[in-house]
Design a protein around this ligand. Structure first.
Ligand code: NAD
Ligand code: UFG
Length: 339
């Protein structure tokens, strides 16, 4: 049995990945400081899978405390989800973002080196393609210019991991560039539970639908896109989680650095998201059109061919599934995990 350490594994993507790994026969250890999550998510992962998860409450920046986990467990691979991710907040608190996101990465790499753990998967983002690359994005494009500190932390962490692998032949690194994860596990027991006012589209849509927010503002309808609103590559979080299982198989078998886009390759507009959510769930989402949001790109979507040809992974769920499963989670957990 292989032991996989999920740093930041109590969060939205980590908890869904934990379910898929457990169901594929891996053992899962979670290290999280619960700065944007809670232990209840781990309990629910155990409830869905009927398997137990070893959990540590730890700030991953704290190398001495992190080391205890490496001492106590025979870890085969690490998946590094632990990061702060609010784009707007990162422009207000850049130092917090650089400190947290870079230091968690360095602490993990130091412990891995010391305890001879040679496999790491990193949660990167489509944001690293920056402003200058044309869509659809392919993995061999150069990293671009980001519009915010959050994006720069991802660019820097990719570079750090590449440099670490260059200096150490044994190290195997997989950089997964996520597009826009939405949806929830079909059980409705785990899902996205943002603190405060959601920054992202889908949780905002579902909180308007459930009556927690009055209306959605669609940021700009004067873009050069088919309906004037921005287009994104939305991916069901369970498909994304399954991509991590494939990436674990790959990272355990290979050396060096490999980069994969995890997206569907098909963009949808903000207006299409709202209308599909309304139709699939037979519920109204009050919305108005407002000004553009600073830093938004008109379009962002993947070329997802490489993940299919190398990992044998492709998405299985469609936009209707994403909207249905988001609503199933939201209506059964109107206040997230605080029910
Ligand atoms: P999330 O906030 O739900 O999960 C991140 C987890 O990391 C949380 O449980 C948080 O408590 C934990 N964490 C943060 N700093 C920590 C620290 N110093 N020590 C221990 N734990 C810490 O976010 P998510 O949506 O699950 O995203 C996971 C990763 O994927 C992040 O790195 C994020 O930047 C990246 N990503 C997310 C998206 C997205 O749209 N959700 C898109 C691209 C990339
Ligand atoms: N949007 C609205 N109203 C809202 C929220 C969002 O119209 O209340 C629009 C945005 O303007 C954008 C689209 O919905 O056009 C998607 O916005 P999100 O904030 O959900 O997602 P982004 O594409 O801006 O960013 C997300 C993550 C980043 C990640 C990026 C690429 O938040 O962390 O995807 O992976 F870097």
């Amino acid at each position: 049995m292989k032991n996989i350490l999920l740093a930041g594994g109590a969060g939205y993507i980590g908890s869904h990945t934990a379910v898929e790994l457990l169901e594929s026969g891996y053992d899962v250890i979670i290290a999280d400081n619960y700065s944007n999550s809670c232990p209840e998510a781990i309990k629910r992962v155990e409830e869905i899978t009927g398997k137990s998860v070893k959990a540590y409450e730890v700030d991953i920046k704290d190398t001495a405390k992190l080391e205890k986990i490496f001492m106590e467990n025979d870890i085969d691979a690490v998946i590094h989800f632990a990061g702060l991710k609010a784009v707007g907040e990162s422009t207000q608190k850049p130092i917090l973002y650089y400190r947290n996101n870079i230091d968690t990465t360095l602490s993990l790499l130091e412990c891995m080196k010391k305890y001879n753990v040679n496999n790491i998967i990193f949660s990167s983002s489509a944001t690293v393609y920056g402003e200058e690359n044309p869509v659809p994005y392919t993995e061999e494009m150069n990293r671009g210019t980001c519009t915010n500190p959050y994006g720069w932390t991802k660019v820097m962490m990719e570079q750090i991991l590449e440099d670490a692998a260059k200096a150490d032949d044994k190290l195997s690194v997989v950089l997964l560039r996520y597009f826009n994860p939405i949806g929830a596990h079909e059980s409705g027991r785990i899902g996205e539970d943002p603190q405060g006012i959601p920054n992202n589209l889908m949780p905002y849509v579902s909180q308007v639908a459930v009556g927690r927010r009055e209306q959605l503002t669609i940021f700009g309808n004067d873009y050069d896109t088919p309906d004037g609103t921005c287009r994104r590559d939305y991916i069901h979080v369970v498909d994304l989680a399954k991509g991590h299982v494939k990436a674990i198989e790959y990272v355990l078998e290979n050396d060096g650095v490999e980069v994969f886009n995890l997206g569907t390759g098909t963009p949808y507009s903000v207006t299409e998201i709202v209308s599909t959510f309304e139709k699939v769930n037979d519920i109204k989402v009050n919305h108005v059109y407002g000004a553009r949001r600073a830093g938004d790109l008109p379009e962002s979507y993947a070329n997802a061919d490489k993940a299919l040809s190398v990992l044998g992974w492709k998405t299985e769920k469609n936009l209707a599934d994403m909207c249905r499963d988001t609503w199933n989670w939201q209506k059964n957990n109107p206040n997230g995990y605080k029910n």
